[in-house]
Design a protein around this ligand. Sequence first.
Ligand SMILES: O=C(O)CCC(=O)C(=O)O
Length: 228
Amino acid sequence: MLPDILSAQQVSDWRAAVADYVAQTPPPAGHTGPYFLWPHFDTPRHRLLKLYGNSGVGGVIRSFIHHELLLDEPEFAQLALTIPPHPHRPGAPHIDGLTPTEDDGRPGTFTVLAGVVLTDQQQVDRGNLWVWPGTHLRTGRWLREHGADALRTAIPYPPVELGEPIQVTAPAGSLVLVHYLLAHNIGGHFGTATDERRETVYFRLHAAGHRLRWREVVTSPLVEFASP
Ligand SMILES: O=C(O)CCC(=O)C(=O)O
């Protein structure tokens, strides 16, 4: 979790963009719980892509990627809202990109899930993302033993020891970086109907050439990342 990536003005600009998208495709009246929109970037002038570039988010993420690799521009975003009340605790995690896969049948692996946190999530149970720490390394080991293609049927998550989950806490304006293999899930929002909804914008990012090397990446999970 990286705090203070966006200024208060930038948070406000991003939230205005999210509000406009949600106004175009609003949730059903009375809906509570998760509400996701998936805008695709069919033009380089796409509003969210411009916010991503102008806010320097890509540059921050790039600094975590191996120095010999470029970072591709995001192809789409996920507007992740959680509308309270949603008293829910996930029982188990998932891995992204397996149902559905990409159009050619390749598991939809990517390098990093980057979440731009737009609402205060410093307390738990405010729609925070749940993660199971260390599972990206255990899953990488499991895939080394079973072969990368074992990922295709490891739904919802490979049979590795999960350990205890934590909720990611972060102030508005933070960036959350999540390894592709890290076990995660959607959290609950224990606020009331008058509390603020959770808003995070996620990008699923590929280091250049990722789709050609995905088998190496899932069996050697740090290969696309900068050395600490
Ligand atoms: O709601 C969230 O923060 C997580 C969403 C999620 O797990 C997913 O879309 O794969």
